[in-house]
Design a protein around this ligand. Structure first.
Ligand code: CA
Ligand code: CA
Ligand code: CA
Ligand code: CA
Length: 249
């Protein structure tokens, strides 16, 4: 029995020589993941930095290959709600390896209604999450980012009606985990930054405002057009009124 096992290892090893090291590694990782998925163990066994927790009772894991290399790059964890014929699966967590390096780069958590709650992502693929997106009622309300890779949030983006409305930046790096201390505020209208305030001396108040002059000019031109239109309309109204007054007087 042992001899057969050794033989098959040798044969497999010889077969393996035909493929590149990369392919073999990928295949090994793939099998590894499949077995961990099938056994229902926690996802951390494969060390892919997975965060979807399938270890709680009633949770199920599925893995998918979306890039076509037969290696799963997306993991979904579901819970079962209801019983008997009413039983149905709800997605509670989805995570993906976006660049195919075997490490999960983005994870999104959902509530029991399948609406997103929170997403964490590693935008620069260095193995550390650097962007958090927070949802309310299925819509993005806030993003928190570490843009300089020092492990601390230095930028927050506030969303309104599916659009970024304002950003706050901590350029001086004075914020702590419990105390956010921005020193730049940027305001957006129709997708463009129109106003930017900077706190130069660190007292939390804006000392300098910068405005998008082109945008301000456009607004000013629009305001004048509307004034002219209103004035023209008013002229007509006054003329009629004048005639009426004349007739009555
Ligand atoms: Ca990755
Ligand atoms: Ca990162
Ligand atoms: Ca930072
Ligand atoms: Ca100031």
């Amino acid at each position: 029995m042992m001899r057969i096992w050794i033989l098959s290892v040798l044969v497999l090893g010889l077969l393996g020589c035909g493929s590149s090291h990369q392919e073999r590694t990928a295949r090994a990782q793939s099998e590894n993941r499949r077995s961990s998925s099938m056994s229902g163990s926690t996802n951390h066994a494969t060390n892919d930095q997975g965060r979807c927790d399938a270890s709680q009772p009633g949770r199920e894991t599925s893995e998918y290959d979306t890039s076509g290399d037969d290696i799963p790059d997306v993991r979904k964890v579901f819970i079962t709600l209801g019983e008997g014929r009413d039983a149905h699966l709800i997605l509670v967590c989805r995570e993906a390896d976006l660049n195919g390096d075997g490490t999960k780069d983005v994870v999104r958590y959902y509530n029991d209604e399948g609406r997103p709650l929170r997403e964490e992502s590693d935008r620069n693929f260095d193995g550390t999450m650097d962007e958090i997106t927070i949802f309310e009622n299925g819509r993005i309300v806030r993003q928190e980012m570490d843009t300089n890779g020092d492990g601390r949030v230095d930028m927050k983006v506030f969303w309104q009606d599916n659009h970024p409305e304002r950003t706050e930046r901590d350029m001086a790096g004075r914020s702590t985990a419990t105390n956010w201390q921005p020193d730049r505020w940027e305001y957006f209208e129709n997708g463009r930054m129109v106003r930017m305030g900077t706190d130069l001396d660190g007292d939390g108040n804006v000392d300098r405002w910068d405005r998008d002059q082109e945008y301000q000019d456009q607004l000013e031109a629009q305001r004048r057009r509307e004034e002219n239109q209103a004035a023209n309309a008013a002229d007509g109204g006054v003329g009629d009124g004048g005639a009426g007054e004349g007739a009555s007087g």
